[in-house]
Design a protein around this ligand. Structure first.
Ligand code: ADP
Length: 605
């Protein structure tokens, strides 16, 4: 920049000085010529006067002698007055030259050369003009003297002749070269001065420009807080102030945009549902991280390889593609429930809405789609409806039985005391079953809705086991089933005592109920590796492998009749499973039909 300014200055000076030199030369030449012309005119006029004086004598005039004589005295006059003496190329002095020519062009007299040898001068321009009565004038280059000559010719008052005076314009060359020397000197001095001044000026100009350039480069590189440090009050100062103002606004806009983008990204990526948006050509313009994960494209950088690519190419699901396409070309939102098989098969609710063009033009600018995983909801819905129908069924059976026996009693059986007593016993049993069923349902629904248990306190597990044994001793005795307890002494647990008791009752009660005559039930409890392990093993009928995965489901029974006969509700193991889950524990079952079953409960200590 500084170099360029310097160069401009130099070119400016050289061009300026050259133009000035040219015009000064022209002006000086013109002045000099005017001056010489004037002098020659004076000489011609004086010489004419000389001629008229000479003609008064009456004798013929010797033009040649007169011209020589007059030119000689003229040169002497110039020498005396210090006028610079003209000289030819060889340095010989050149005197003023006076020629007398008649109207036919014949030379009558000449101060320098032999007039007899001179050719006819009629064709000379200045002579022609003088013959016409005007003052003739011409500048011609003399090849003999190698310089310009100025010729002035006037008509003589003495009839019939023209007086021509000429002088070499030898000073002209001198003046020219002098002017050009001065111009050159001016250029050199100007250049020197320019170098000094321009360096300073250029620095003054280039410094703020440099500061502006640097600041804009920094801003272009993303450093929006950079400002140009220019304090001058000139145009560059104003430019810098405007630039800084602009940078300020840019900084604010970019910060605002970043902020909005961050919020947008945060919202988009913290969504639990998949979100994909396309433009009117079905090219992806937006996809959140959960959607990228869902469609297995999370490892691709979202900006370059996903955005702008066709929906079908990335999402690879024809159902979704069709919904999206219909939404883009249609005008209404849609809600569909579809099954998508990604890693696992799931049920998804797909909402798709068209995105209207912001410029008000016809058609949509694209569409947006959200995909909600409703697999769990659907599963829960199914479980709930199954549960309701199971409960209804379970309640219906004893109720039907009770009503049947009441009808029988009403229609006369009541009169037979023996039959009546038997029927009433059955009604009692069925009512008891109903109570148990309702209790189990209530218990299950209470645990089911809990994330952690209440009423937790410190208890001795051995005491709880003993209590359960004493409760179930009677039913075990009826079947002659031995109850063996093999527990570490003093196992202290932090739990709701009633829950642990309920869990043990359900497991041990099953172990007795599904046992064989003279069988046994072994209850073990021990703390190992920070876990409390309780096992209930029986020598009973066992469970077929195919049933094992389902026995913890509500109302699932391997043998419905047997379970019912034994007063089972089909909810016992389900309650156990929920209690174990409440304590972040784990329950497993191992069984061999005909040999026995073992339930292993592991609880964190
Ligand atoms: P139920 O009230 O019918 O006993 P549970 O939920 O307690 O319901 O048990 C579910 C089913 O699992 C039972 O119907 C039974 O078929 C089977 N079962 C549970 N415990 C045992 C066991 N110890 N031995 C054999 N089968 C069992």
């Amino acid at each position: 920049m500084r170099k360029r300014i310097l160069l401009y200055y130099i070119v400016l000076i050289v061009v300026g000085m050259t133009i000035t030199g040219f015009f000064v030369t022209q002006l000086t030449q013109s002045l000099y010529k005017d001056e010489v012309k004037h002098r020659l005119l004076t000489v011609a006029t004086l010489f004419d006067h000389e001629l008229s004086q000479a003609s008064k004598g009456g004798s013929p005039i010797d033009y040649n002698a007169l011209a020589k004589d007059y030119a000689g005295s003229l040169d002497r006059f110039y020498n005396l007055n210090g006028a610079a003496e003209p000289a030819d190329v060889s340095g010989n002095a050149i005197e003023s030259r006076i020629t007398v020519i008649d109207y036919k062009g014949n030379v009558l007299g000449e101060s320098q050369t032999d007039y007899n040898s001179m050719e006819n001068h009629l064709d000379r321009k200045e002579v022609q003009q003088a013959i016409q009565g005007k003052t003739g004038e011409d500048i011609r280059f003399s090849s003999t003297l190698k310089m310009d000559f100025l010729y002035i010719a006037v008509p003589s008052t003495y009839a019939g002749s023209v007086i021509r005076v000429s002088v070499p314009l030898v000073q002209l060359k001198k003046i020219n070269s002098l002017i050009w020397q001065y111009c050159l000197l001016g250029i050199l001095a100007g250049l020197l001065l320019t170098m000094l001044l321009a360096f300073r000026f250029a620095s003054n100009i280039s410094r703020p420009v440099k500061a502006l350039t640097y600041a804009s480069k920094e801003i272009a590189d993303g450093n929006y807080s950079k400002r140009a440090d220019v304090r001058s009050k000139d145009e560059l100062g104003q430019l810098a102030a405007t630039f800084n103002e602009m940078a300020e606004k840019l900084d604010k806009t970019v910060t605002d945009l970043k902020d909005k983008n961050m919020k947008f990204d945060a919202i988009l990526n913290s969504m639990t549902n998949c979100l994909v948006s396309v433009d009117h050509k079905m090219r992806i313009i937006l996809i959140n991280s959960i959607a990228a994960r869902f469609f297995g494209i999370e490892n691709q950088p979202a900006d370059d390889s996903i955005l702008g690519r066709p929906f079908i190419e990335i999402i690879r699901n024809h159902q979704l593609n069709e919904i999206m396409q219909q939404t883009v070309s249609g005008n209404s939102s849609s809600e569909n429930e579809i099954t998508i098989s990604m890693r696992d098969e799931g049920i998804y609710r797909v909402y798709a809405s068209p995105v209207r063009s912001s410029d008000g033009s016809a058609g949509n600018s694209g569409a947006i789609m959200t995909i909600h995983d409703v697999t769990t909801i659907k599963k829960l819905e199914r479980i709930r409806s199954e549960f309701v129908s199971n409960v209804t069924h379970e309640l219906k059976t004893p109720l039907t039985s009770i009503r049947g026996f009441i009808e029988t009693l009403k229609s006369g059986a009541v009169k037979d005391p023996e039959v009546a007593a038997r029927f009433l016993d059955i009604i009692d049993i069925e009512a008891e079953r109903l109570t148990m069923l309702i209790n189990d349902i209530l218990q299950l629904s209470e645990i089911e809705n809990k994330k952690s248990d209440i009423n937790i306190s410190t208890h001795n597990l051995n005491d709880v086991i003993d209590e359960v044994i004493s409760i179930l001793k009677g039913s075990a005795g009826q079947k002659n089933v031995r109850l063996i307890v093999d527990a570490e002494p003093n196992i202290i647990i932090q739990a709701n005592r009633d829950r642990i008791k309920q869990m043990l009752i359900n497991l041990i009660d099953n172990a007795i109920n599904y046992n064989v005559e003279n069988g046994s039930v072994c209850i073990k409890a021990a703390k190992t590796e920070g876990r409390l392990v309780i096992t209930v093993a029986d020598t009973g009928i066992g469970i077929d492998t195919e049933h094992l995965p389902r026995i913890f489901e509500r109302f699932y029974r391997v043998d419905k009749g047997r379970s019912r006969n034994m007063g089972g509700t089909g909810l016992g193991l389900s309650i156990v499973k929920h209690i174990v889950n409440l304590y972040d524990g784990d329950i497993t079952v191992e069984s061999e039909p005909g040999k026995g079953t073992e339930f292993i409960v592991q609880l964190p200590v």
